[in-house]
Design a protein around this ligand. Structure first.
Ligand code: NAD
Length: 441
């Protein structure tokens, strides 16, 4: 049998594409070597958010007195926290399996590789079997990057995000190398559960890609609450649990979590000798098509923006292009929201001040009544960037709970090119923290 579409990888890009194409009546075969759901569902977004939720519950209970609530001897059971995480992941993986359970979709559990390709057929091998398809969509994702630091390999004290998520016990103390998104989310988890945390970041700031006024608020809170943050600091070597930095200082911890970025997974593609790459990622056009006529790629493997919601949108666009849907859709990269699940949360969309000379408006989150009611002693900030000529909203950057839940409204405004006057006509429910988006207009 010749399939219409073969998909390598069952993460958010792969399973979204499989669902759309199979529901359009096309025969699809999807290969996944681990569990369906990919990094996001199994060792990324979902397990971290589940653990972070338990940590936040504990932390809030332990600090409930500021809301006039007495909770004495608050404690937690990390084994139970981990068990709940496993249960949540299993439930969601089963949900993906159910979505793909239709007559046009075949899911093969195994590591697949491309054997050959012509413009008419791509041949894939998995185990002893070979399969043929008209089109190929590569959604093989990414893995944690291991920097070439002496002593990092085969060191039982060194964790990556996957080993950290699976650990049955909390570390006695932890040093986190890399103050990016993964690093700061794990810093939040461990700190809220009482583990001493040090973050080491090579750049002059943590979260270097986020608006720096927003980052400053997080850093001030985290440092005040006891997280040690060392910026402009490079690790030169690791020996056991001892880490030496450029200044010669030795920092010791029970565990060292390395979170310095991720790299595209390109295994199994060796037979595609003419496939174009750029800096270790597959090059695609606006419709996720590679330089080879019947080969597409979506998700982290394209090295664009490594976010699950970008991956699934890229998959929608790729399948739309394959099926020649008119009009062809493009991805609005200017309106992709991103969230950092620290406490308080950070949520952003659109341009930053360093990208473009825009009008900048800022407003403390305390202008929202609901924020004041629910965030005792907390600061927050909303920053909006507006085009000086057209007055359209180009970017929104926020820190303050629960901004992750309403950044989509800002994305919508950016995506639709709303001017300030148009956005003002949108009614926000009162009292909600989302009203900050209206207050700032
Ligand atoms: P990242 O690029 O966000 O951060 C890596 C950080 O490590 C950077 O700040 C970098 O300057 C620093 N760094 C690099 N080499 C270093 C070294 N030798 N010593 C010290 N610091 C060093 O990467 P990440 O945090 O590993 O995340 C990987 C990807 O996963 C990102 O694309 C991220 O957006 C995505 N992700 C997203 C979410 C979310 O959306 N909430 C959560 C987790 C991961």
């Amino acid at each position: 049998m010749k399939y219409y579409l073969a998909i390598l990888g069952g993460g958010p890009a792969g399973y979204t594409a499989a669902e759309i194409a199979s529901k359009a009546g096309k025969d699809v075969i999807l290969f996944e070597q681990n569990a369906l759901g990919g990094t996001c569902l199994n060792v990324g977004c979902i397990p971290t958010k589940t653990l972070l939720y338990s940590a936040k519950q504990y932390y809030n209970a332990a600090h409930a007195d500021k809301y006039g609530v007495k909770a004495e001897n608050v404690s937690f059971d990390y084994v139970k926290i981990q068990q709940r995480k496993t249960k949540v992941v299993r439930k969601l993986v089963a949900g993906i399996r159910a979505k793909l359970n239709n007559e046009h979709c075949t899911v093969i559990n195994g590591a697949a590789s491309v054997v050959s390709r012509t413009d008419d057929v791509v041949t894939i091998a998995c185990g002893e079997e070979q399969y043929e398809a008209e089109n190929l969509l590569i959604c093989t994702g990414s893995t944690n990057f291991v920097p070439p630091i002496p002593g990092i390999k085969d060191n039982e004290h060194v964790w990556d995000s996957t080993t950290a998520l699976d650990a049955k016990e909390l570390p006695a103390s932890i040093v986190i190398v890399g103050g990016g998104v993964i690093g700061m989310e794990f810093a939040t988890l461990y700190h809220e559960l009482g583990v001493p945390v040090t973050v080491i970041e090579a750049m002059p700031t943590i979260l270097p890609n986020i608006d720096q006024d927003i980052v400053a608020i997080l850093r001030e809170k985290y440092e005040k609450s006891g997280i040690k943050i060392l910026t402009n600091t490079k690790v030169v070597s690791i020996e056991g649990g001892k880490l030496k930095v450029e200044s010669g200082e030795i920092i010791e911890a029970d565990k060292i979590l390395v979170s310095v970025g991720r790299r595209a997974n390109l295994q199994g593609l060796e037979a595609l000798t003419d496939l174009e790459y750029n800096r270790g990622a597959i090059v695609v056009d606006d419709f996720m098509k590679t330089n080879l006529p019947n080969v597409y790629a979506a998700g982290d493997v394209t090295g664009k923006i490594m976010l699950a919601h970008v991956a699934s949108r890229q998959a929608e666009v790729a399948v739309g292009r394959m099926l020649k849907q008119i009009p062809l859709q493009r991805i609005a990269y200017n309106a992709i929201p991103s969230v950092v699940y620290t406490n308080p949360e950070i949520a952003c969309v659109g341009i930053t001040e360093k990208d473009f000379d825009a009008e900048v408006r800022t407003m403390p989150m305390t202008f929202s009544g609901r924020f004041v009611a629910e965030n005792e002693g907390e600061n927050g900030l909303c920053k909006m960037l507006i085009d000086k000529k057209s007055h359209s909203v180009l970017g929104v950057h926020m820190i303050g709970n629960p901004c992750s839940e309403f950044v989509a409204a800002a994305s919508f405004a950016v995506r639709m090119g709303y001017t300030v006057d148009e956005f003002k006509q949108v009614v926000f429910p009162h009292p909600t923290v989302s009203e900050i988006l209206k207050e700032i207009l």
